[in-house]
Design a protein around this ligand. Structure first.
Ligand SMILES: [Zn+2]
Length: 451
């Protein structure tokens, strides 16, 4: 199916409309209009099903998903450092503050070279889509030209994206070869990218996002200025919050407040804020995040390498926080949100059971921390969409058709279904635990094929 626009799709659809609940729309019909928005969802037993099926067949607009293939909402990746893509799978051997100085700032500084940016950003956008990611929230670099290349790559690739110019002007923590020359430069660069995105954003797929890298890398003037700018223009914000012991302590030492409290004090905690990691948030911090309506990008794979702790996802969800998933490329060494989702489940189990075998079982872990694949599926799709205020992630009228088709019978894929023992929910669990790029046969953003 080259496009889903103007088509009626017959197939089996999986989605997670609410936390912990999976819905199977078995042999259902979904109508997608010419703008890529779902206009109708009909179950097989609904009165309209037969009529719609017959009308679409007669009009030549019926697309039938082959048996053994299933439709899932596209993934929402809430945290990506686009310029770090060339480093994926490398440089995972030291703590965060050292990693920045030794590997990451030198790599990001290379984006003064537009040709390098072009190569990296086009590869990233195409790999994200091919792995089922339909919305990507991304940090760029400090470079104007390279950031525009990233915006253009998303537009050309048809990806739904939020792109931000990284602001980092603190001379005490950012090297001279890679930092905004002043607070004015950080603010002006951010404003310029906002205007560029708005000028290029014909069908509303790409959005600007105000991006103070994190508190350690910014001066007070920049943090305050960005908060005012983003609020005045109704932009989203993204930053890091309490990712590691070092970052968590940094704000406490500089401001005598937690990282979350400091971000709030500067005006950066809003309903449109995505906080990456939040691994070390205290219960009080979580209450603050909840009261401001900000969302968390949980990056479990990255957290293994850089966070010094496991984010208590279940506690955050129990408090009613909005949480989505992030790969955190390249601190998380995979472009696939399937890998992140799997680590999300696994790390919650590690948190619950504990990890030190020398401790007695009752002291080894943290009670009631585990989540299951249903919850992970929700936060990878609808949860991420909710974090951004997007109408995607669920198959319902009014939502954009952002979706992937997974072929469980792909010979070179990594899923094997046994009809004798697998229920329809088992099929979904096997997709979530087993799917690889070979199984993902089509990906759509607003009804347009992007992979
Ligand atoms: Zn990050």
């Amino acid at each position: 199916m080259k496009t889903a626009r103007g088509r009626v799709i017959a197939g089996t659809f999986f989605h997670a409309p609410s936390l912990g609940n999976v819905e199977v729309l078995e042999a259902a019909l979904i109508t997608v209009d010419e703008r890529g928005t779902i206009s109708a969802v009909e179950r097989r037993d609904s009165p309209a099903y037969r009529r719609m099926h017959a009308a679409a067949a007669a009009a030549g607009t019926l697309e039938t998903v082959p048996s053994g293939s299933y439709v899932l909402p596209g993934f929402v990746d809430l945290h990506i450092h686009a310029p770090q893509y060339p480093q994926l799978g490398k440089a995972l051997d030291c703590p965060l503050e050292e990693w920045l100085a030794r590997y990451t700032f030198p790599l990001e500084a290379r984006y003064a070279d537009v040709a390098f940016a072009h190569k990296a950003y086009h590869a990233l956008v195409s790999d994200l889509a091919a792995n089922g990611t339909t919305t990507a929230v991304m940090y760029g670099t400090i470079h104007q030209a390279a950031n525009r290349v990233l915006v253009d790559a998303c537009l050309e690739g048809g990806l739904r994206a939020f792109v931000g110019k990284v602001a980092m002007d603190n001379p005490h923590t950012c090297p001279e070869y890679y930092r905004d020359s002043s607070s004015e430069a950080a603010l002006a660069g951010t404003q310029a990218l906002i205007e560029y995105v708005k000028s290029r954003n014909g069908d509303g797929l790409v959005h600007p996002v105000v991006t103070p890298r994190f508190i350690p890398s910014c001066t007070e003037a920049t943090l305050q200025g960005l908060a005012a700018m983003g609020r005045a223009q109704g932009c989203h914000f993204q930053t890091h919050c309490s990712e590691s012991d070092w970052q968590h302590r940094y704000a406490l030492e500089r401001y005598g407040r937690s990282d979350a409290e400091s971000l709030d004090w500067f005006g950066l905690m809003s309903e449109r804020t995505i906080l990456a990691h939040a691994s070390l948030l205290s219960p009080r911090d979580m209450d603050l995040v909840k009261s401001r309506g900000s969302a968390i990008a949980h990056c479990p794979l990255s957290n293994v390498y850089f966070s010094n702790a496991v984010f208590p996802l279940r506690a955050a969800l129990a408090k009613g926080l909005r949480v989505g998933l992030g790969t955190d490329i390249s601190a998380g060494p995979s472009v696939s949100l399937f890998d992140t989702l799997r680590m999300c489940i696994a790390s919650s189990r590690l948190l619950e059971e504990g990890v030190d075998p020398d401790l007695p079982p009752q002291r080894r872990g943290r009670k009631d921390a585990r989540i299951d694949w249903r919850t992970a599926f929700f936060i990878a799709t609808a949860g991420g969409a909710d974090a951004l205020g997007l109408r995607t992630g669920r198959f319902m009228p009014g939502n954009a058709f952002d979706a992937m088709i997974v072929d469980t019978q792909a010979h070179e894929g990594s899923i094997r279904i046994f009809d004798e023992i697998d229920t329809i929910e088992d099929v979904l669990a096997k997709i979530l635990y087993g799917a690889s790029r070979r199984n993902i046969v089509a990906v759509y953003v607003a009804g347009r094929a992007v992979a």
